[in-house]
Design a protein around this ligand. Structure first.
Ligand code: 6PG
Length: 243
């Protein structure tokens, strides 16, 4: 079967990082309301790195009342192979900016403290159990960041993880092109591409070259170019990243 043409990607350019975070928070709050009305719960996979911190702080602050947190389940797009109290932990960043400040119904943490292959297997099993209808994750929202090399989550250019078709989460060797250079666990493309909505956030001039290459269709093999939500894929950029 030929690959269907990739679903259209929407690009929204915001004036600055603050406006970018606000635009993302608006979409998360709206999608949470829709999901809970539709299914009784809202499932979201959080991005790591530094860009989404301000979004998480907005969600814990001004937007806190707009999300029914007790009916929200939080997952992670990836995790570094470090303990949950390590400064490099994506869980630690999300906990401090958001999870410790709102009454989330359930948090599905990737066990960064365990050997990544074991942590990936455990997370894969947890994803299958969390979506019992068909044992496959269908996040209402997947938040993603963008590396200057075109990686997203912990899917790196040319990495074997990009070819994974059956596991929802895999272990990833330490990347050459991104810090920290530690092993990681990442959701796979099949898991990300089952999300209803994918919001990719990119901020700063250092992301401009890769943003331009991907949006011009010049880098279809880059991981960030291969992520598509079922219902929508929105790249939320600030002016510096959009150029
Ligand atoms: C991670 C993220 C990674 C991140 C990009 C962008 O674990 O680091 O999953 O994909 O989103 O590297 O990172 P910044 O937001 O810090 O630029």
């Amino acid at each position: 079967m030929t690959d269907a043409a990739p679903r259209a990607r929407e690009v929204v350019v915001l004036a600055d990082p603050g406006a970018l975070s606000r635009a993302a928070a608006e979409r998360v709050a709206r999608d949470a309301d829709d999901a809970i009305r539709r299914s009784g719960r809202f499932t979201i996979a959080l991005a790591g790195g530094t860009t989404p911190r301000a979004l998480y702080e907005l969600l814990a602050g001004e937007y806190r009342p707009l999300v029914d947190w007790t009916h929200t389940e939080v997952f992670f797009g990836d995790e570094r192979g470090v303990p949950p109290d390590d400064a490099a932990s994506n869980y630690a960043m999300a906990r401090d900016a958001l999870l410790a400040r709102v009454p989330v119904g359930r948090v599905h943490r990737i066990a960064g403290e365990r050997p990544p292959a074991d942590a990936a297997r455990a997370y894969d099993a947890e994803l299958r159990a969390a979506f019992p209808d068909d044992g496959a994750p269908t996040f209402d929202v997947a938040l993603l960041g963008l590396g200057a090399d075109g990686h997203t989550a912990s899917l790196f250019p040319g990495g074997a993880a990009l070819d994974e078709r059956t596991a929802w989460a895999v272990a990833v060797p330490p990347p050459e092109s991104a810090a920290p250079h530690v092993e990681r666990v990442s959701l796979t493309l099949p898991a990300l591409n089952r999300a209803r909505a994918v919001y990719l956030l990119a901020s700063g001039a250092e992301k401009r070259p890769v943003v331009r290459r991907v949006l011009a269709g010049a880098a279809p093999d880059l991981p960030a170019a291969r992520v598509r939500g079922v219902e929508r894929t929105v790249w939320l950029l600030d002016r510096d990243a959009a150029g």
